[in-house]
Ligand binder design. Structure first.
Ligand code: FES
Ligand SMILES: [Fe+2]
Length: 384
């Protein structure tokens, strides 16, 4: 039988310009490129055993479920029989039964039961399934064609003495590349002025950036602060932040992925890792406890019905609201042709240049750069 295509695959226009990073449907250049890398799609703790849920990644719908034995499986969005949404079905062991007429599928998408058929034809039915695995508190999927890429390893996040904090991701209604461009640019002293305690005028920040074997590494210095951060091609970042624990010290290591839901929405998946007691980690987690309110508060400020700084109970997610305002405020898909980039946009320019080079190679069928991230990366954040 012909493989079923989710409906959203059909109507998208073909995007083949190497400078188009924003459209990420399966037939676009950027979409094909992003699908060559493992992507986080859900927080592991949000998928309990026996639960199925619909998810949307890069404009495509999928069915994610966890079997009663704990295994995670990712299938197409719809049932092969008459197209019911599979996520409303029932998990039975490691299999998923469609709610409509009871067809049952295993984790590989094979149809194993057609209870209403006198002569079942299960062997002819197979849904597409996708490789998934759990790591660092997140569920990763490989949505590309062929053999999956090697799974990335982050040894520094595997240290037994540390604890992971994985904040709940929320949907931001703008393109994921707004979020990529935001990483390491000059916005912090202005956007987050209340939170930042910078030495000297913001303009005196020095940034140097260079392409590396895994993406881009940049060095920042501002007054007495020094910082080294990595962008991991194509859509992730590794950085250092303030310590989780006062007693144990040591900065917190942070990984973030900017993942498109569709062309006008994205999610940021983050993992914080530091040495701390369970209690300290719980307190650190508190700073993320109002995250689900970020879109609502941000939308009200953007609409002019709420003043920035006009409420006090949002302090714990203030940075996220401020970022929401500047990202969503640029428009869901900004018109890059109207920008005026300067020297301080060095990172924005370099990352886009690398992206464009790779998409051009993909379009022309030339070899792509093979990114090699070492198992550990050095990041730093110091005050001298
Ligand atoms: S639509 Fe799923 S069994 Fe009929
Ligand atoms: Fe920010």
């Amino acid at each position: 039988m012909e493989e079923k295509q989710p409906e959203n695959r059909v109507q998208k226009p073909v995007r083949q310009r190497p400078d188009d990073f924003v459209h990420t449907g399966p037939e676009t250049l950027a979409g094909r490129y992003l699908r060559m890398f493992w992507q986080p799609i859900r927080r592991a703790e949000d998928l309990s055993p026996g639960r199925a849920m619909p998810i949307r990644v890069m404009g495509e719908g999928f069915t994610l479920y966890r079997g009663q034995g704990g295994g995670v499986h990712l299938l197409e969005f719809r049932c092969a029989h008459r197209g019911a949404q599979l996520s409303i079905g029932k998990v039975e062991g490691e299999e998923l039964r469609c709610l409509y007429h009871g067809w049952k599928y295993d984790g590989e998408g094979k149809c194993v039961e057609q209870p209403a058929e006198v002569k079942p034809f299960c062997e002819k039915i197979r849904l597409r399934s996708y490789p998934v695995y759990e790591y660092l508190g997140l569920i990763f999927a490989y949505l590309g064609e062929g053999e999956p890429a090697p799974k990335p390893v982050f040894k520094e996040f595997e240290d037994k003495e540390g604890v992971h904090v994985v904040p709940p991701p929320y949907v931001v209604p703008c393109n994921y590349f707004n979020q990529i461009d935001n990483n390491g640019d000059m916005h912090a002293p202005f956007t987050h002025s209340d939170m930042m305690n910078f030495d000297g005028p913001a303009m005196h920040r020095e940034v140097t950036a260079e392409e590396s074997d895994w993406g881009v590494t940049w060095h920042e210095s501002q007054g007495a602060s020094r910082r080294v951060t990595h962008f991991l091609m194509p859509n992730a970042m590794q950085s250092k932040r303030v310590p989780m624990s006062k007693s144990r010290g040591g900065r917190t290591e942070v990984l973030s992925w900017m993942v498109p839901v569709d062309d006008e929405h994205h999610q940021r998946f983050e993992v914080y890792f530091g040495k701390a007691t369970e209690e300290e980690a719980r307190r650190y987690m508190d700073r993320f406890k109002n995250l689900e309110r970020v879109p609502e508060l941000g939308d009200r400020v953007l609409a002019g019905s709420l003043e920035l700084g006009g409420i006090d109970d949002w302090a714990r997610s203030r940075v996220q609201v401020e970022d929401y305002l500047v990202l969503v405020g640029q428009g869901a898909i900004p018109d890059r042709g109207r920008e005026h980039l300067g020297r301080s946009d060095v990172l924005v320019i370099l990352r886009r240049k690398i992206w464009e080079r790779e998409l051009r190679a993909l379009a022309e069928g030339r070899p792509l750069k093979e990114w090699h991230k070492p198992e550990r990366l050095e990041t730093s954040f110091t005050r001298i």
